[in-house]
Design a protein around this ligand. Sequence first.
Ligand SMILES: Cc1cc2nc3c(=O)[nH]c(=O)nc-3n(C[C@H](O)[C@H](O)[C@H](O)COP(=O)(O)O)c2cc1C
Length: 336
Amino acid sequence: MSLLFDSYSIKGLELKNRIVLSPMCQYQAMNQQGVPEPWHLVHLVSRAIGGTGLIMTEMTNVEPIGRITDQCLGIYSDESEMEFKKINKEIHKYGAKSAIQIAHAGRKSKVTEGTIVAPSAIAFSDEYDVPKELTLQEIENIVQMFADAAKRAVRAEFDAIEIHGAHGYLLHQFISKATNKREDKYGNPTLFAKEVIEAVKAEMPGDMPLIMRISAIEYTNEPYTLEDMIGYCKTFVEAGVDMFDVSTGGNSPNRPDVFPAYQAKYAKAIKEALHVPVISVGSLENPDVAEHVLRYGSADLVSIGKGMLKDPHWAKSAAEKLKVELDMPGVYGLGY
Ligand SMILES: Cc1cc2nc3c(=O)[nH]c(=O)nc-3n(C[C@H](O)[C@H](O)[C@H](O)COP(=O)(O)O)c2cc1C
């Protein structure tokens, strides 16, 4: 019996298997307005057709200067909301569920209009602009933008919301002391994220799970530890997070050593310390490795990134490898 193809439920979200499409920026919003295009529909729906249980959108930003590039998605307009609703309708036809990753890039934005912002005026690298330090009023406004994005996501019929608190984007910039040098109340590493979580949660139906992607450790010169992050996560759970999606790094150009399941131990540590469900991500493309991560109790769900760029039917391919029957829609089954 394969755990990968076992069903899973958290609050009102019922998944047919444990496979998640990892959020991956497509840089394909050629309209420059953050509105999903046919590319996004094809990208997301084809992975649903391929058997994925939970389809997660790419980082979808709460305001124009919160996008990484002019071609990144946003959920701050009626047009985006409408296009996402169409995409969700298609995803649901294939028995998959959908989640939106809502985010703000902060200092890691390269948009061509507007001034980029961050907790402190420190550039990500020489290739990025120095961000403007956010005022208290501007921080309050961004918290409200996350709430508005959640409201739109619910109306667009997403089944879950993931807050992007990882990879050096705005929430993570507040969490990390390498990027947060503030001396006001937001110098507290968890305060901004806590306010965002509470604001988002207030807009969600009671049975809709709130997921948060975190960087369990970071590779900066002033890193927090895994134990620090476990403490922060305790605050995030109290604020309303139901599940963590556990990644690492991103707040500096330094990168980790990558090997199969290289981040699974962090997911396991957070799951065990806080008794919360977790998603593991990072080099889980080999279905035997993904299955092992679930069996070993490191995670409740596994998220597949590049493996699904290569193969939209990754779930079906994994089922073939693990000798699990998985029906494909239409005539696609004939291909097997
Ligand atoms: C092209 C690309 C875009 C990505 N965009 C995002 C993103 O929008 N949000 C996010 O949290 N992670 C993003 N990631 C990271 C992936 O979600 C995933 O965590 C990472 O690729 C490791 O998983 P993998 O080894 O299965 O690829 C991106 C990765 C790639 C390759």
